[in-house]
Design a binder for this molecule. Sequence first.
Ligand code: ZN
Length: 424
Amino acid sequence: MQPNMTDYPSILKPQWSKLSAQLRRARKSNYYRDRIPAAAEKLQLHRHLFQSLPITTKAELVKNNLDFLAVSPSEIREWVTTSGTTGQPVRIALAKTDILRLAKNEAAALSLAGLRAGDGLLIAVGMDRLFVAGLAYWLGAQACGALSLRIGPSLVDIAGAAKLPLAPGRKWFLIGVPSLMASSLRDGAPLPENLGGIIGIGEPLLNADFQPNAVHRALAQFTCAPILSTYASTEVCCTFAQGPKCLGNHLNPQMGVIEILDAGSKPCKPGVSGRVVITPLGLQAMPLIRFDTGDIAALHLEPCPCGRSSPRLGPIVGRSAQLLKVQGVSIFATAIIELLREIYAGMDAIIHADRDAIGVDRVVIYVVCPPRRQNLLRTQFHNAARRHFKWIPKIQYCDIETIARIRSLRPSRKPQILIDTRVG
Ligand SMILES: [Zn+2]
């Protein structure tokens, strides 16, 4: 069979030989040895084989974790885990070369956002508890020749930190979870005067049509500096980044191959949302093949306004594990929270999905909001939900302790928007 290039619009020509090398590495693991045919080790000659390779899911990675190792235990330098926001945390092993790759990957992403040697990076992300993100930003800042300050998820210490000296003309960049940063800024945390940009991780800052969402607008009230997003997943150590002029986040072709697949695992057309599936390039310890991140987004192949031509990933519109099916309608939990934030950005909310005794899904949105705003929020939200979802979710106002109690049902390091107790 002749390879059909139109089947792989997002795989760039130089990536095929790197993909072959990755498949050779993967076949060293117990998991992939029998799942990947030997001929795929020369994938550049047999491109048609790519689509027949199995998709690797998070569930498979949890279930067969150690079988994914392609190196001996003595070669492992770090174990990291995912946050477990949408299920069980996943353990990932990193070899020495994987840590060097992590630094290179993050340095490229931070450079795209504008970080230069001599600038300062305020890392508002945890470095402990096997979390890879904080480590990655620290490594990336070091590889860029920048100063890094590990201030942690709260911006409480930012005032003193940002007064530390930088080289003349250099700027501070702040990286963290957008909704947490917005909440700290609302509580009075000051930003440095010479701010070069805010980089948001883990949550989208734009709607699918590239318009700023409510969190983006909340952050923009506090600064004129660019507010940029970055997309990455722990399992594939592959960051998609953007600069001030970009529409979407650029793939770094050195680090991974991206596919956007529909429900039948066929490639979606550019601009059409589907499952984000990534094959990282150059990973040694746990070389994943066609890893389904669980995120839903579209890929854009036309050149970016910034002038770069590498494929761009659009905003994450949802996660497949956070898809609610109620009264015959499918709705992403993120879409519900975005809608609430559009109406009142200062609220906090969590969606609780469970199932009653006869198997019917129940969805309740617990919202913390000042009493004087509650009636208006409910009315506006019901009207908007009827328009957008053809469904009116149940809102229950509560205090912050109730939300904390619901969140504790499924502890996670990331801000949770959905607690799903329908299964498990
Ligand atoms: Zn761009």
